[in-house]
Design a protein around this ligand. Sequence first.
Ligand code: NAD
Length: 485
Amino acid sequence: MIRVDVDGVSVATGHYIGGERVDSPDTFEVRSPLDWNWCLAKVSRGGAHEARLAIDAAVAAFPDWAALGVEGRGVYLDRLADLIDANIETIAHVECLDMAMLEESLRLRVIARGARNFRAYAQLAREYVSREWESNGTRNAVTRMPAGATVVITPWNAPFMLSTWKCAPALAAGNTVILKPAEWSPLSCSLLMDLVSQAGLPPGVFNVVQGLGEEVGAALTNDPRVRRISFTGSPETGRIIGQAAARNLVPFTAELGGKGPFIVFGDADIEAAAVKAAVMFDDGGQVCLAGTRLLVQDTVYDSFVERLRHYAAQHVAGDSREASTTLSPLIHPEHLERVDGFVQRAVAGGDHILFGGQRSVTGLWFEPTVIVPASNQSEVVQHEIFGPVLTLQRFRDDDEAVTLANSTPYGLSAIVYTSSDERAQRVGEQLRAGTVWVNCFLVRDLTAPFGGFGISGVGREGGDYALDFYSDLKMLQVKEGTTHG
Ligand code: NAD
């Protein structure tokens, strides 16, 4: 088993299959966005062979894991949650080096959410074993049956939290899991497998395969033995995985990109709205749920813009390990090029850069940027950029705000600032988005449904919605008076 030292933390660079570390002869390099010359690790590059081994292991482990029941499985998942809590600092440090999210926010918030995912789903699964009622002369029961080997594929942003968010309900529901993290930030999921081993999960229950999406990811999602596929990433990859799922008639969920509106009404607390709008630059704007289209009512447009400019200017670009840093670099030089490309094309197409627009010459940082588009059809309005780049448009009244808000193919999230309860309710109902936050952002309730309208997603996870997805629901009907004892 190959392990490397990543700034004082020992990280296994292989896969985790059937309870063992497995190394591949081929590897890919993982570099730190904090310093692109820093190669953190050479990680095993799995392919069809490793995908097959992992699915073999998951299929073999499935009957016993399913038979353990919610109580038996819950013991393991609670133990894993405790181990995550005990290792937050280490995981946060490696994830910070790997994908450059701010270390403080990883330590205080994001990694702990991984532990909460396991605890919450272990408990939710215990609370519903079957639903029973009588009708038409029969006693009826709906039970959740574990579905089988489950493939989970995750993106590079917040990989630990996003991976555990999907793996936890899959495991709690009685499925065995093969997780493939993104190749740009695979290290924290390797650390997770050390904890899975310490927690004593039976071999094959929870596996990780490392490698590229079009190689090992494609091999995993095309294997007909897989009974569920859960994906988070871009709409483009979602379409490819959806086709694989359709070929094998496998249920799949997809949590995809976003282009959320951030609507500021004239009656809002403008100061609070501007402070929150500047938060959209956090993590280099690499947040699917961010409200990246600012829609501001005419009456408060100038005062909002002045405040936003002020708060955006307070962002401090720097090393994500430092507490003073608020603006992290982008994940990868290719992604920096992509973000810069959007801004360059916006300028060439007649959009106006209100502020920002420059990339750093010394690293992967991009300035907090606000663009006033020439039209609602501008590329920067209609496409997810996934960087610290917001668009700014004005509106006259509620109808125009809702029309603009609903005018992209996405529908993951929306943010509304208003002091009117009536408007919050009415506008909230009209917005086409999986989650609408009024006067707040990123408040997450793990029991709530989560997903997107339009090209932002297929299906819902979260709470019972996730447990239903990872289960086969069975209806049992017994004619009353025909059995006894
Ligand atoms: P991506 O689609 O490029 O990759 C996501 C994952 O899919 C990676 O693990 C990749 O290796 C894998 N993959 C790529 N091609 C594949 C294939 N042919 N078969 C199987 N797997 C394949 O996305 P990304 O660039 O890693 O992540 C950014 C995107 O993710 C953005 O669009 C962002 O909005 C979205 N995202 C959505 C949510 C959400 O909850 N809705 C959360 C985070 C990120």
